[in-house]
Every structure is written in C-alpha cells, then in structure tokens.
Design a protein around this ligand. Structure first.
Ligand code: GLP
Length: 241
C-alpha cells in the first residue's frame, strides 16, 4: 500500500485529482469505479476544472458506480445517480451510455446486481476504483461482517450509516434502509484502488485499517490484501493512527 499524507481536505482532493488525471490520460479506454459521498466531491470539482482547461477528457472513459440506495429514483436529489450527474457527468465530455450506476428502483434487484457485475466484466474489469470509507470501516455500502467473497448485492444499512447519511435528507425517516453495493470481491478485482480519507470522523476507521488485522469486521481492512492500493488521507484522518 502506498500511503500519502496530506495537510487537509483540499490537499487530498488536489492529490487525488493528479492521480486520476494521470490514469485517465495514460490508460487506453479507462474503466473507472466511482464513489459518492462528501469525500470525493472536491476531486470531482477539480476534475471538471481540468476538463475545462483541456487537460483531461472523459470521452473514452467508462464508469461504474459503487452503490445506490434502494427505492430512490434516478431523479431524486438524494440518489447517487443524481449526485454523479450533477457533480461530475453533466460537466464533462463523458457519454452517458458509458456510465452505469446501479438502479435502485429495478423491479428485480437481484437481477440488477447481476447486470452490474456482467457490465463490469464486459468492460474488461475496473482499472481504477475510487473509494471513500465509512466511519465504521465500510467501503461502498459493505457494512462490517460482509463476506470478503461478496459480489454486487442488496444490503441492509446499519443504523450508524443511516444516521451518518441522514445529513443529506430532510429527516432520518427518509433515508433508505437498503442499498445495492458492489461486493468486496467486486472491489478487490479492480486493477488499482484509490482510497480517500478526510477528517477526524474517519480517524478510527483509518487506524483500524492501518494498524489492525484483516477482518470482515472492518471491511476496508481487506485492502491490505490488494496488490495496488494508494491511500490519500489528511492529517485529521491520521489523528488516531
Ligand atoms: C457512504 C457511501 C460510501 C462512502 C461513505 C463515506 O455511505 N456509500 O461509498 O464512501 O459512506 O461517505 P462520506 O464521504 O460522505 O463520508
């Protein structure tokens, strides 16, 4: 694992942007695994700036999102599809046919999970998977206890995750209780992984990942078994490590 320590959120976003631009420009027809949440927002803003400056193009990029809430329509402002569209896709030259966010309103959710897997496989696998981390160590929506052998699946969200994500909703009752998430094995099959960690609320999760054992109780700890992981984390995130 390569660990890059930076000062703060802005420095993390800047370093992540350089990392992604280098890969997008170097890899022929890059396949990206993308994440939502507050953590990658600064990265997406910077990628849009780089696109406007002509320093990066997404026209050959394919992307797959990690997760989506069950029951939220694409156009719901809290859906991850909407997040991706408004925070990145609408502002760059990516073809919307080349992006896939799991469909949380599919009639057959199991089938939808399978289709996400099939589409990733058909694209030749993910070249670079971007990840954030939950305060409980989750990656994607793979909560503690998720088998390392999991593929894209429907998950029941933990109370702590529902609470953490309720900041985006009008009330906690509106937060979906389930999500579709790429599984741990799906994530681990990516050729390269970039994990971004910012802030004190993630310090304990980062400390467990760096200093603890590899265990399904800390989903992110599995990254230690991956041959090509880069972690970019800020000083606050390192405060417990
Ligand atoms: C959310 C998402 C994850 C994200 C994590 C951290 O629940 N499902 O993909 O990485 O939790 O979110 P944030 O970056 O907002 O702290």
């Amino acid at each position: 694992m390569e660990i890059i320590k930076v000062k703060d959120y802005d420095a993390m976003s800047e370093a992540a942007c350089s990392f992604m631009v280098e890969r997008i420009n170097r890899i022929d027809h890059p396949v990206l695994g993308l994440a939502t949440g507050s953590t990658p927002e600064g990265l997406y803003k910077r990628l849009i700036e780089k696109y406007k400056l002509g320093e990066v193009s997404f026209k050959n990029v394919k992307s797959f999102n990690l997760d989506e809430y069950v029951g939220l329509d694409k156009n719901d402002p809290n859906s991850y599809y909407y997040f991706m569209k408004t925070k990145l896709f609408d502002h760059v030259d990516i073809f919307m046919d080349n992006v896939r966010v799991p469909n949380g309103t599919a009639d057959d959710l199991q089938q939808e999970c399978q289709e996400h897997e099939n589409a990733i496989r058909a694209a030749g696998g993910i070249d670079v998977q971007l990840l954030g981390i939950g305060a409980n160590g989750h990656i994607g929506f793979n909560e503690p206890g998720t088998p390392f052998t999991s593929r894209t699946h429907v998950v029941d969200l933990e109370e702590s995750t529902i609470k953490a994500n309720s900041r985006f909703f009008n009330s906690i009752e509106e937060v979906p209780t389930q999500a579709i998430s790429m599984g741990i094995e799906t994530i681990m099959n990516s050729k390269e992984i970039l994990l971004l960690v910012s802030g004190e609320s993630k310090a304990e999760a980062l400390a467990k990942l760096l200093n603890g054992e590899v265990t399904e109780e800390v989903p992110a700890s599995v990254l230690k078994n991956h041959p090509k992981v880069t972690i970019i984390a800020d000083e606050a995130a390192f405060s417990a490590a």
